[in-house]
Write a protein of this length. Structure first.
Length: 306
């Protein structure tokens, strides 16, 4: 199941999607109607009933009615998962609960955090001199899987994707042991029982034993994780979707195609953008709004508006 992370603001989550309207972020429902008026300089998707939003350069959390339930006081915030969220204040990162109470404060050498899943979250921290590595902490902030990876992502389906110093991708369990040895040049999350990996110049779907479920069409330049029985694929500069056996379900004609979430996927093609259904047809759509002069001056040329 896809889990919202900061930056994925066009995915539907808990029935709402964050959108930018006239330089302010708000939320729409599945019919495209405004559910929470655009009023925030930044907003992220809902998770566990709350969404991180920015007010006066500080982040807090609103509920699905738009009411502020944790006042803006953080320099940055991630989504709630497993009842907790990472927030930043100055040079320190903290783990808070839904009342805003700090449960743990992390060392100053922690520079990046992921989302909690299976009781663990990936963090990047200093490792020796001039070196940074990823490990995993628990809800108390204790390091339970040592920081030895060049990259580590959140646990999905009980395993986490990690990348070694040599640049090879593999998968570990919650004890930090490899369940699939690092051997892939590219890989994505496990989701719905399979993970896309690249080996010997071709993409495959593998199962938790590392066994091939499907060897995919060589046309696919990149294959993203499966979500709601569909995986986005890139062919040239276009995007479409396949099932876990590699069958093309949505032809690659979109300029952008995000993962499916709650039966809808954000997509853009030409001068149209919005959300498509699993068959690839737009069910909510609008014309693409061209970047304003301010956007161009701030180099936000790829910023989409609803």
């Amino acid at each position: 199941m896809y889990k919202f992370q900061a930056g994925d603001c066009w995915l539907f989550s808990e029935g709402l999607a964050a959108v930018m309207i006239k330089n302010k972020w708000g939320f729409i429902d599945r019919q495209g109607n405004t559910a929470i008026e655009p009023q925030f300089p930044q907003a992220y998707g809902f998770s566990e009933g709350l969404a991180a939003v920015c007010v006066d350069n500080k982040f807090g959390f609103i509920d699905r009615t738009g009411q502020m339930v944790i006042e803006p006081q953080y320099d940055f915030a991630l989504a709630f998962t497993e009842g907790v969220a990472f927030v930043e204040v100055g040079d320190r990162s903290h783990i808070i609960d839904k009342s805003g109470t700090i449960l743990a404060s992390l060392d100053e050498n922690v520079s990046d955090m992921g989302l909690f899943s299976c009781g663990l979250a990936a963090v990047e921290c200093a490792f020796g001199e001039n070196s940074w590595r990823y490990g995993f902490i628990d809800h108390s902030g204790k390091m339970v899987i040592e920081p030895v990876f060049d990259l580590a992502l959140a646990f999905e389906d009980g395993v986490a994707l990690v990348v070694t110093e040599e640049g090879k991708s593999g998968f570990i369990d919650t004890d930090g042991h490899y369940v699939i040895e690092p051997q892939f040049d590219e890989a994505e999350f496990f989701c719905e029982g399979v993970a896309p990996v690249k080996k010997e110049d071709s993409w495959h779907f593998i199962d938790r034993n590392g066994t091939d479920v499907a060897i995919l069409d060589g046309r696919f330049e990149y294959v993203y994780q499966l979500n709601e029985e569909r995986a986005t694929v890139k062919i040239g500069d276009k995007f479409g979707a396949i099932d876990k056996m590699g069958n093309v379900i949505i032809d690659a004609h979109f300029d952008r195609l995000d993962p499916f979430s709650e039966g809808l996927a954000y997509a853009r093609v030409g001068d149209t953008h919005g959300w498509i259904n699993p068959s690839g047809s737009f069910v909510i759509q609008r014309p693409v709004v061209k970047p304003t002069l301010i956007d161009r001056l701030m180099k936000r040329t790829d910023c989409l508006r609803w």
